[in-house]
Design a protein around this ligand. Structure first.
Ligand SMILES: Cc1cc2nc3c(=O)[nH]c(=O)nc-3n(C[C@H](O)[C@H](O)[C@H](O)COP(=O)(O)OP(=O)(O)OC[C@H]3O[C@@H](n4cnc5c(N)ncnc54)[C@H](O)[C@@H]3O)c2cc1C
Length: 561
């Protein structure tokens, strides 16, 4: 048995920030991660991280909070949003003092670029490789504090004894052994679920593992129907071209060369919030004003020098995938699945309903993004709530009594995986994953309606039945990626259903949930969170709408950009 005070599941920005904080506070903390921390999806973040530093224009945490509340289409919890925007400047300074290299203004202050839905330029950045730079800064801190990292450990289940969290069971990918990782506090930081969809900007590891693990253990998933489709992904491979491009002034054009965004967002144009821009693009494409199912991202007028200085990675990604050089050619793009607003339900300290269990980063629903996240707020969320959850957890473990190691969860996981390895016939997990991806991409995309979502639920029920028969061809113990792929597919199938059912139930359009049969936001009936509870492998989730939205001072208004 492995034993620590606190175990953090995931080594992305949220996980590393939590681990560093816990270590600084003197706790014995370890990270369990299915891959090396610096390979986490956080490293792909390009555009930047928001904080009201006010370096380019007057700004304040209150302005930042208002933009988040409006961006969330009034579904975000305002107390959590205010906590995040108030912590933001402190956390940027914390990163800066630990060696994070941000891009600069000529006078040496941290530079800030405009981002969608923001009232002033408040996105701090390191060229267009911000995530990677912060990830490496945190990795250095992890080394400095000697935090133990269990790499290539794949968490499969949460341990709960006497109503409190006691760690996880993890599959050691190098040896094929299941390990009991015993801890007084467990912090999930396993990132997003992009791979639920056929095409996504997310890495291959974003399979919703932590969400599914917590959900199976009885913690509700919140607001799962709100899936962000980013306006600028490449048709060829789904890869993201950051909002930094539009932040630096890039245009969106239809096939007639028209900057169409001003028809949809007269004030903000290309810098409206993401749900608005993605819907506008899709509307143009459906109306026949696209080119080969795409619209164009045009950077040419920014000039070679600015593109090479501020957006070098974007140019390279586009060049690799399309053969087109953004310096002299517009790039075909379309909306692509990007981010999960929903996740494990937590309070504003990252605590879940099970004492000793926390969630931070994309895996969590705090909720600071509500129905639509603003660009630059996710990196911020990982840092702020990584810090806050570790702060809460280190206080919690001081007062928590001794907890029993969950030998029974270890045994149950052992039996479950032995049964999977012994299966014969059945479906290959790659086929089941494709069917789940197709159901989601066909039925729960940008525009949704009752008939499509009902058909989507039916398709997912068939996927669920097939998932129960999945087999692996490889039965070996060393780096059995076939088995890990199967376990990830099980997680994907579990988290797909709350998305589809949440979208079907919510009879309104709010943020990223756009129902053609209910085109208006309906505050009277739907100003409430969706909680989804797991009902086992053979049943639909059950929805619960008892959690109200927390208001502080921002009254709902009509949302225009
Ligand atoms: C291409 C791209 C660009 C983006 N750009 C921006 C941006 O500019 N600004 C912004 O604010 N946001 C951006 N985002 C969103 C943001 O990067 C992510 O939401 C955020 O980095 C997620 O961080 P995380 O720490 O929660 O998870 P991740 O960085 O995804 O890390 C998850 C970790 O969990 C581990 N893990 C997962 N499952 C298991 C398991 N079963 N067992 C053990 N370990 C597990 C993984 O190994 C990994 O270490 C972008 C996202 C993408 C995909």
């Amino acid at each position: 048995m492995i034993k620590h005070d606190i175990v953090v599941i995931g080594g992305g920005l949220a996980g590393m920030r939590a681990a560093v904080e816990a270590a600084e506070r003197g706790a014995d903390v370890a990270i369990v991660s299915k891959m090396h921390p610096v390979r986490s999806h956080s490293g792909a973040a390009q555009g930047g991280i928001n904080a009201a530093l006010g370096n380019r224009e007057d700004d304040s945490p209150e302005n930042h909070a208002f933009d988040c509340v409006k961006g969330s289409d009034y579904l975000g919890d305002q107390d959590a949003i205010e906590a995040m925007t108030a912590d933001a400047p402190k956390q940027i300074v914390w990163l800066e003092h630990r060696g994070c290299i941000f891009s600069r203004l000529p006078d040496g202050r941290i530079a800030q670029r405009p981002f969608g839905g923001a009232g002033s330029p408040r996105t701090c950045y390191s060229a267009d490789v911000t995530g990677l730079v912060i990830l490496h800064t945190l990795w250095e801190q992890l080394e400095r504090f000697g935090v133990k990292v269990y790499e290539e450990f794949f968490a499969t289940a949460l341990c709960v004894e006497d109503g409190v969290g006691t760690g996880v069971v993890a599959y050691n990918m190098r040896t094929g052994a299941l390990e009991l990782v015993h801890a007084k506090a467990t912090i999930f930081a396993t990132g997003g679920l992009g791979r639920v969809y056929a095409k996504t900007t997310n890495g291959y590891a974003s399979t919703g593992d932590g969400m599914a693990i917590a959900y199976r253990a009885g913690i509700p998933l919140m607001d799962m129907e709100f899936v962000q489709f980013h306006p600028t992904s490449l048709k060829e491979n789904g890869v993201l071209l950051s909002e930094a491009a539009r932040g630096e002034g890039a245009y969106l054009l239809n096939k007639d060369g028209e900057r169409f965004m001003f028809k949809y967002a007269p004030n903000k144009g290309e810098l409206a919030s993401r749900d608005v821009v993605s819907r506008a693009e899709w509307t143009e494409i459906l109306a026949g004003r696209g080119i080969d199912g795409c619209v164009l991202l045009d950077l040419r007028h920014l000039g070679r020098e600015k593109i090479l200085e501020r957006l070098p990675q974007i140019r390279e990604l586009a060049l690799d995938a399309t053969g087109k050089d953004a310096i002299d050619s517009p790039i075909p793009i379309l909306p692509g699945m990007h981010y999960a607003m929903g996740g494990i339900e937590t309070d504003k300290f990252g605590a879940t309903r099970i004492p000793g269990v926390y969630a931070a980063g994309e895996v969590a629903c705090v909720s600071v993004h509500g129905a639509n996240r603003l660009g630059g707020n996710s990196l911020l969320e990982t840092i702020v709530f990584g810090h806050r959850s570790a702060e809460h957890a280190t206080n919690y473990i001081r007062s928590a009594g001794n907890v029993r190691p969950s030998e029974r969860t270890l045994k149950a996981e052992h039996d479950r995986i032995a049964e999977i390895l012994s299966r014969k016939g059945g479906e290959r997990h790659s086929g089941v994953r494709k069917a789940a991806n197709k159901a989601m991409s066909d039925h729960a995309f940008i525009f949704r309606n009752e008939a499509e979502l009902t058909a989507g639920m039916e398709a997912l029920r068939a996927v669920r039945a097939a998932a129960a028969t999945m087999t692996v061809a490889d039965k070996s113990k060393t780096f059995n990626t076939d088995l890990v792929g199967l376990l990830e597919t099980e997680f994907l199938v579990d988290v797909a259903q709350p998305i589809m059912l949440g979208a079907l139930n919510r009879q309104e359009s709010r943020g990223a949930q756009s129902r053609t049969d209910y085109p208006e936001r309906n505050d009277a009936e739907w100003m409430k969170h969706t909680l989804m509870r797991y009902q086992g492998k053979t049943a639909d989730p059950v929805a619960d709408y008892s959690r109200k939205v927390t208001f502080t001072k921002y009254e709902p208004q009509v949302r225009t950009y």
